[in-house]
Design a protein around this ligand. Structure first.
Ligand code: HEC
Length: 181
Protein backbone atom coordinates (compact mmCIF):
# COMPACT_ATOMS: atom_id res chain seq x y z
CA UNK A 1 0.00 0.00 0.00
CA UNK A 2 2.70 2.37 1.12
CA UNK A 3 4.70 1.47 -1.97
CA UNK A 4 1.70 2.07 -4.24
CA UNK A 5 1.19 5.50 -2.73
CA UNK A 6 4.82 6.30 -3.24
CA UNK A 7 4.85 5.24 -6.85
CA UNK A 8 1.68 7.24 -7.46
CA UNK A 9 3.41 10.24 -5.98
CA UNK A 10 6.45 9.62 -8.14
CA UNK A 11 4.28 9.36 -11.23
CA UNK A 12 2.54 12.61 -10.39
CA UNK A 13 5.75 14.49 -9.77
CA UNK A 14 7.26 13.10 -12.96
CA UNK A 15 4.32 14.31 -15.01
CA UNK A 16 4.42 17.72 -13.30
CA UNK A 17 8.14 17.95 -14.07
CA UNK A 18 7.57 16.97 -17.70
CA UNK A 19 4.72 19.47 -17.95
CA UNK A 20 6.97 22.18 -16.60
CA UNK A 21 9.70 21.24 -19.04
CA UNK A 22 7.38 21.48 -22.01
CA UNK A 23 5.73 24.70 -20.94
CA UNK A 24 9.08 26.33 -20.22
CA UNK A 25 10.23 25.25 -23.68
CA UNK A 26 7.25 27.15 -25.06
CA UNK A 27 8.16 30.19 -22.97
CA UNK A 28 11.74 29.98 -24.19
CA UNK A 29 10.46 30.13 -27.76
CA UNK A 30 8.36 33.21 -27.10
CA UNK A 31 10.94 34.92 -24.96
CA UNK A 32 13.16 36.41 -27.72
CA UNK A 33 10.22 38.26 -29.30
CA UNK A 34 9.13 39.66 -25.95
CA UNK A 35 12.69 40.66 -25.13
CA UNK A 36 13.14 42.19 -28.59
CA UNK A 37 10.00 44.24 -28.08
CA UNK A 38 11.27 45.48 -24.74
CA UNK A 39 14.64 46.43 -26.24
CA UNK A 40 13.24 48.14 -29.34
CA UNK A 41 10.48 50.03 -27.59
CA UNK A 42 11.95 50.88 -24.23
CA UNK A 43 15.68 50.51 -23.90
CA UNK A 44 17.51 51.08 -27.19
CA UNK A 45 15.52 53.98 -28.65
CA UNK A 46 15.14 52.21 -32.01
CA UNK A 47 11.45 53.06 -31.96
CA UNK A 48 12.04 56.76 -31.25
CA UNK A 49 14.24 57.37 -34.30
CA UNK A 50 12.77 54.93 -36.79
CA UNK A 51 9.08 55.94 -36.47
CA UNK A 52 7.44 58.99 -38.05
CA UNK A 53 5.87 61.56 -35.76
CA UNK A 54 2.32 62.78 -36.17
CA UNK A 55 0.02 65.17 -34.41
CA UNK A 56 0.83 66.33 -30.89
CA UNK A 57 4.32 64.90 -31.26
CA UNK A 58 3.02 61.35 -31.06
CA UNK A 59 4.20 58.50 -33.24
CA UNK A 60 1.84 57.81 -36.12
CA UNK A 61 -0.03 54.62 -35.14
CA UNK A 62 0.54 51.81 -37.65
CA UNK A 63 3.73 53.38 -39.02
CA UNK A 64 6.02 52.39 -36.15
CA UNK A 65 9.54 51.50 -37.33
CA UNK A 66 8.73 52.32 -40.97
CA UNK A 67 11.34 55.10 -41.23
CA UNK A 68 11.20 58.59 -42.71
CA UNK A 69 8.25 58.77 -45.13
CA UNK A 70 9.39 58.74 -48.79
CA UNK A 71 7.17 61.72 -49.59
CA UNK A 72 9.28 63.91 -47.28
CA UNK A 73 12.50 63.57 -49.30
CA UNK A 74 12.63 67.30 -50.11
CA UNK A 75 11.31 68.58 -46.80
CA UNK A 76 13.66 70.18 -44.31
CA UNK A 77 11.36 71.39 -41.55
CA UNK A 78 10.01 69.05 -38.93
CA UNK A 79 11.17 66.38 -36.53
CA UNK A 80 14.14 64.29 -37.80
CA UNK A 81 11.95 61.19 -37.71
CA UNK A 82 9.94 62.86 -40.51
CA UNK A 83 12.56 64.77 -42.49
CA UNK A 84 15.87 63.12 -41.58
CA UNK A 85 18.72 64.24 -39.37
CA UNK A 86 20.78 67.21 -40.55
CA UNK A 87 24.55 66.93 -40.15
CA UNK A 88 27.68 68.92 -41.01
CA UNK A 89 28.42 70.05 -44.60
CA UNK A 90 24.91 69.54 -45.84
CA UNK A 91 24.69 65.89 -44.93
CA UNK A 92 21.37 64.34 -44.02
CA UNK A 93 20.56 60.85 -42.85
CA UNK A 94 17.24 59.14 -42.89
CA UNK A 95 16.20 56.47 -40.38
CA UNK A 96 15.27 53.48 -42.51
CA UNK A 97 12.28 51.23 -42.69
CA UNK A 98 12.84 48.31 -40.33
CA UNK A 99 9.45 46.66 -40.78
CA UNK A 100 9.42 43.28 -42.59
CA UNK A 101 8.31 44.71 -45.95
CA UNK A 102 10.28 42.80 -48.58
CA UNK A 103 10.93 45.67 -50.98
CA UNK A 104 11.41 48.65 -48.72
CA UNK A 105 12.07 47.20 -45.28
CA UNK A 106 14.13 44.32 -43.93
CA UNK A 107 11.79 41.55 -45.12
CA UNK A 108 14.52 39.97 -47.24
CA UNK A 109 17.27 40.24 -44.65
CA UNK A 110 18.57 37.05 -43.11
CA UNK A 111 19.58 36.90 -39.48
CA UNK A 112 23.20 36.78 -40.72
CA UNK A 113 22.65 40.05 -42.66
CA UNK A 114 21.29 41.58 -39.47
CA UNK A 115 24.24 40.49 -37.34
CA UNK A 116 26.70 41.66 -40.02
CA UNK A 117 25.16 45.13 -40.02
CA UNK A 118 25.93 45.52 -36.33
CA UNK A 119 29.21 43.61 -36.19
CA UNK A 120 30.80 44.88 -39.43
CA UNK A 121 28.69 47.98 -40.16
CA UNK A 122 27.79 46.76 -43.64
CA UNK A 123 24.46 46.37 -45.38
CA UNK A 124 23.37 43.04 -46.94
CA UNK A 125 25.11 44.08 -50.19
CA UNK A 126 28.35 44.52 -48.25
CA UNK A 127 28.35 48.34 -48.45
CA UNK A 128 29.79 50.11 -45.40
CA UNK A 129 27.42 52.37 -43.50
CA UNK A 130 28.55 55.98 -43.24
CA UNK A 131 28.82 57.86 -39.96
CA UNK A 132 25.32 59.01 -39.22
CA UNK A 133 23.07 59.41 -36.20
CA UNK A 134 22.68 55.63 -36.25
CA UNK A 135 25.08 54.77 -33.48
CA UNK A 136 26.68 51.66 -34.92
CA UNK A 137 29.62 52.08 -32.54
CA UNK A 138 27.34 51.85 -29.54
CA UNK A 139 24.96 49.23 -30.85
CA UNK A 140 27.71 46.88 -31.94
CA UNK A 141 28.12 46.12 -28.23
CA UNK A 142 24.68 44.53 -28.07
CA UNK A 143 25.22 40.83 -27.55
CA UNK A 144 24.17 38.33 -30.22
CA UNK A 145 21.20 36.96 -28.27
CA UNK A 146 19.74 40.45 -27.89
CA UNK A 147 20.38 41.39 -31.52
CA UNK A 148 18.63 38.18 -32.57
CA UNK A 149 15.75 39.00 -30.21
CA UNK A 150 15.41 42.47 -31.76
CA UNK A 151 15.41 40.93 -35.24
CA UNK A 152 12.82 38.33 -34.17
CA UNK A 153 10.56 41.04 -32.79
CA UNK A 154 10.87 43.26 -35.88
CA UNK A 155 9.86 40.28 -38.01
CA UNK A 156 6.53 40.13 -36.13
CA UNK A 157 5.67 43.75 -36.99
CA UNK A 158 3.21 44.75 -39.68
CA UNK A 159 5.11 45.27 -42.97
CA UNK A 160 4.82 48.90 -44.10
CA UNK A 161 5.68 49.91 -47.67
CA UNK A 162 7.90 52.97 -47.41
CA UNK A 163 11.24 53.59 -49.03
CA UNK A 164 12.99 56.05 -46.74
CA UNK A 165 14.81 58.77 -48.73
CA UNK A 166 18.46 58.11 -49.64
CA UNK A 167 21.02 59.70 -47.34
CA UNK A 168 22.77 62.86 -48.49
CA UNK A 169 26.54 62.63 -48.07
CA UNK A 170 28.47 65.60 -46.63
CA UNK A 171 30.15 67.90 -49.14
CA UNK A 172 33.48 68.58 -47.52
CA UNK A 173 35.25 71.85 -48.28
CA UNK A 174 38.58 71.83 -50.05
CA UNK A 175 39.68 71.06 -53.57
CA UNK A 176 36.68 71.47 -55.79
CA UNK A 177 34.38 71.77 -52.79
CA UNK A 178 32.14 74.78 -52.37
CA UNK A 179 31.88 74.76 -48.59
CA UNK A 180 33.72 77.10 -46.24
CA UNK A 181 35.93 76.24 -43.29
C1 HEC B 1 19.41 58.49 -33.09
C2 HEC B 1 18.54 57.89 -34.09
C3 HEC B 1 18.58 56.38 -34.27
C4 HEC B 1 18.41 55.41 -33.32
C5 HEC B 1 18.17 55.59 -31.83
C6 HEC B 1 18.45 54.15 -34.01
N1 HEC B 1 18.67 54.34 -35.34
FE1 HEC B 1 18.91 52.89 -36.74
N2 HEC B 1 19.26 54.30 -38.14
C7 HEC B 1 19.25 55.67 -37.94
C8 HEC B 1 19.61 56.34 -39.16
C9 HEC B 1 19.73 57.83 -39.37
C10 HEC B 1 19.84 55.31 -40.12
C11 HEC B 1 20.29 55.47 -41.58
C12 HEC B 1 21.78 55.18 -41.63
C13 HEC B 1 22.32 54.89 -43.00
O1 HEC B 1 21.52 54.67 -43.91
O2 HEC B 1 23.56 54.85 -43.15
C14 HEC B 1 19.63 54.05 -39.45
C15 HEC B 1 19.78 52.82 -40.05
C16 HEC B 1 19.58 51.60 -39.43
C17 HEC B 1 19.76 50.32 -40.07
C18 HEC B 1 20.17 50.06 -41.51
C19 HEC B 1 18.94 49.74 -42.31
C20 HEC B 1 19.17 49.53 -43.78
O3 HEC B 1 18.16 49.47 -44.49
O4 HEC B 1 20.30 49.43 -44.23
C21 HEC B 1 19.44 49.37 -39.14
C22 HEC B 1 19.48 47.86 -39.33
C23 HEC B 1 19.07 50.06 -37.92
N3 HEC B 1 19.17 51.42 -38.12
C24 HEC B 1 18.66 49.44 -36.77
C25 HEC B 1 18.44 50.12 -35.57
C26 HEC B 1 18.13 49.45 -34.32
C27 HEC B 1 17.91 47.96 -34.16
C28 HEC B 1 18.06 50.42 -33.36
C29 HEC B 1 17.88 50.23 -31.89
C30 HEC B 1 18.78 49.26 -31.26
C31 HEC B 1 18.29 51.69 -34.03
N4 HEC B 1 18.51 51.48 -35.37
C32 HEC B 1 18.29 52.92 -33.39
C33 HEC B 1 18.96 56.32 -36.76
C34 HEC B 1 18.77 55.69 -35.55
Amino acid sequence: MQFKKLSLLAAISLSVALGLMFSSAAVAQQAPVARGKYLVNHLSHCLSCHSPIGRKGRRVPGLEMSGVPAKNADKRKGPPQNVGFPGPFGMRSYPSNLTPDKETGIGNWTEADWLNAFRKRVNPQGKKYAHTQMEWDVYRNIKDADLKAIFAYLRTMKPVKNKAPANIAPKFPGKGGKGKH
